[in-house]
Design a protein around this ligand. Structure first.
Ligand code: ADP
Ligand code: XUL
Length: 542
């Protein structure tokens, strides 16, 4: 094989892309930031905050971002050499296509910008996104009618959380019935982006389908859970693709719009299903079952692993792996990730502070923070399910403490998140002996040391912290090999390792540095786990 793969990542704050050659080496990276580069959508951190925990992003902003990225790439790489494209998107979010939109999509005119032509394509201009916490009522309704949270978790891998697509669709059906009626198709943000590239409504891949609340987690071949689809909203089945597909299945070739406007090769460029950012990160990090734990410190913080067998739990999530048909991803997710750390960094200051000053605070405080723990939920938190609160600090006697200094506050927020990850992941009884740190905040070495000490395992920092787009490009090449020879589905890890000519002793090309746990610090944290756990319970709202 020769040519290039494109791996996209549409995250909360940006659309990034990597260009990967046929040896699976990255040759170019580019990132477009929504707030900075598309200011006319007036987003903050890529989103619009509404009332009662509503968070949305404009569908047209995603469309325009895709076009802008192609404009950038066109000047830098021979796009006619691109052989396969896949992508990642923030999970759970949904796009609402108006009646007749598929015709608009099919007949795009390459002489005119895509966002201009799709202005009327969406029945709802704003896509509910993963940060949304406004659907508690719909979650309760769906869980009750489907037999209770345990049954829903058993069947789908998770109870229905407010950000889950099922609850979002139900809310729109209940509160905006006309919009629901005017909608001919609902995609996840991932499959919506693939649809743009394809010129047809694209199927969901198994991994992202598992974040809807109406997918049968263990189904093979993949299928929606019809009972949940029926209860989510009337006639929903007609508004979805028939069933999700495995992540390596070719969806078709690139839309003539992109071929003619940007010079892609219509005959030779395959589109593969887009997936969720966390499942794609698992692929980008080449996570191995019962061996690796990934910690992604992006807009959301997540921790996840790969397992062959799984027992879902009601306080966390299980998705499907996009790498191997019947492997699973147990995952915990925190909505107060990087933007909350940023707010702590800039606290009580007229000007934003640098990350160096944040890091200095970590350096000037000891492991264990002299017994001070911190909780700060700037936006509604997922785990624990908690309402927003101002920064709140406690000592080891579980007493509220006030008037503590800036450095102590910084360490308290970082340590508390690391403690949470350890406690919550241990509940899954997932085995791991190494940790992979990824996402924007993995730039911060002091955070990685704390993570190593709390998790009591070496933490590896990766070369490309955008592992979601890396995983999308790996998946595109893996899918392309399958499309070329459908009688032979190669093992995902073996395929990438052979492309990169990795020797058995080299665990990854994408490893930069390792932080080893310090046993003395780990001992300090052991004492803090039960206290953190009890304090966390006091923030839980249901
Ligand atoms: P997304 O989840 O939207 O893809 P990224 O993984 O790109 O987000 O992470 C972006 C975030 O990384 C920024 O919002 C910023 O808060 C955080 N970040 C960047 N550098 C540092 C640093 N040195 N220390 C801590 N956080 C950082
Ligand atoms: C995972 C989740 C978030 C988003 C962020 O369940 O909601 O990590 O995928 O992009």
């Amino acid at each position: 094989m020769s040519g290039y793969a494109l791996g996209f990542d549409l995250s909360t704050q940006s659309l990034s892309v990597i260009v990967m050659d046929s040896d699976c080496e990255v040759v170019l990276e580019y990132s477009l930031n929504f707030d900075r580069d598309l200011p006319h959508y007036q987003t903050k951190g890529g989103a619009h905050a509404g009332e009662n925990g509503r968070f949305t992003s404009p569908a047209l902003m995603f469309v325009e971002a895709l076009e802008k990225v192609f404009e950038h790439l066109k000047e830098r790489i021979p796009l006619d050499q691109v052989r396969c494209i896949s992508g990642s998107a923030q999970q759970h979010g949904s796009m609402y296509w108006r009646r007749g939109a598929v015709e608009l999509l099919r007949h795009l005119n390459p002489e005119v910008g895509i966002a201009q032509q799709l202005q009327t394509a969406f029945s709802r201009q704003e896509c509910p996104i993963w940060m949304d916490a406004s659907t508690r009522k719909q979650c309760n309704y769906l869980e009750t009618i489907l037999g209770g949270p345990e049954i829903v978790a058993e069947k789908t891998g998770s109870r229905i959380y407010p950000r889950y697509t099922a609850a979002q669709i139900r809310k729109i059906y209940e509160e905006e019935p006309q919009i629901y009626q005017d909608t001919e198709h609902i995609s996840l943000i991932s499959s919506g982006m693939a649809s743009l590239l394809l010129g047809e409504y694209a199927a969901e891949d198994v991994a992202d389908a598992a974040g809807t609340g109406f997918f049968e987690l263990q189904s093979d071949p993949p299928k929606w859970w019809d009972l949940a689809v029926e209860h989510t909203a009337p006639l929903l089945k007609d508004k979805l693709v028939s069933e999700p597909v495995y992540s390596y299945c070719p969806l078709g070739k690139i839309h003539t719009y992109f071929a003619e406007r940007f010079g892609l090769d219509r005959k030779h460029c395959f589109i593969f299903p887009w997936s969720g950012d966390n499942p794609n990160s698992a692929a980008g990090l080449l996570l191995q079952a019962e061996r690796d734990l990934a910690v992604s410190l992006g807009t959301s913080d997540t921790a996840f692993a790969i397992t062959k067998q799984i027992k879902p739990r009601i306080e966390a999530h299980v998705y499907r792996s996009p790498m191997k048909p019947l492997e699973f991803i147990p995952l915990v997710c925190y909505s107060n990730g990087s933007l909350t750390r940023e707010a702590i960094k800039d606290m009580d200051s007229m000007e934003p502070r640098t990350w160096e000053s944040f890091t200095n605070s970590l350096l000037q405080t000891p492991p264990g923070n002299n017994g001070i723990l911190g909780f700060y939920y700037r936006v509604p938190e997922i785990l624990p399910s908690a309402k927003p609160c101002t920064p709140t600090f406690f000592n080891m006697d579980m007493k509220l403490v006030e008037n503590i200094d800036y450095n102590t506050k910084v360490r308290a927020i970082v340590e508390s998140r690391c403690l949470a990850i350890k406690i919550h992941m241990d509940r899954f009884q997932v085995k791991y002996d190494r940790v992979w740190a990824t996402g924007g905040a993995s730039e911060n070495e002091e955070i990685l040391q704390i993570l190593a000490d709390v998790l009591q395992a070496p933490v590896h920092r990766v070369l490309y912290y955008n592992s979601a787009s890396l995983g999308a490009a790996y998946r595109a090449w893996h899918g392309k090999a399958y499309a070329d020879n459908p009688s032979n589905l190669e093992d995902f890890h073996d395929f990438i390792r052979s492309k990169q000519q990795l020797s058995p002793s080299n665990i990854s090309k994408n490893r930069k540095l390792v932080w080893q746990p310090n046993p003395e610090a780990s001992r300090v944290y052991l004492k803090m786990f039960p206290i953190y756990e009890d304090l966390e319970k006091s923030f839980e709202t249901h």
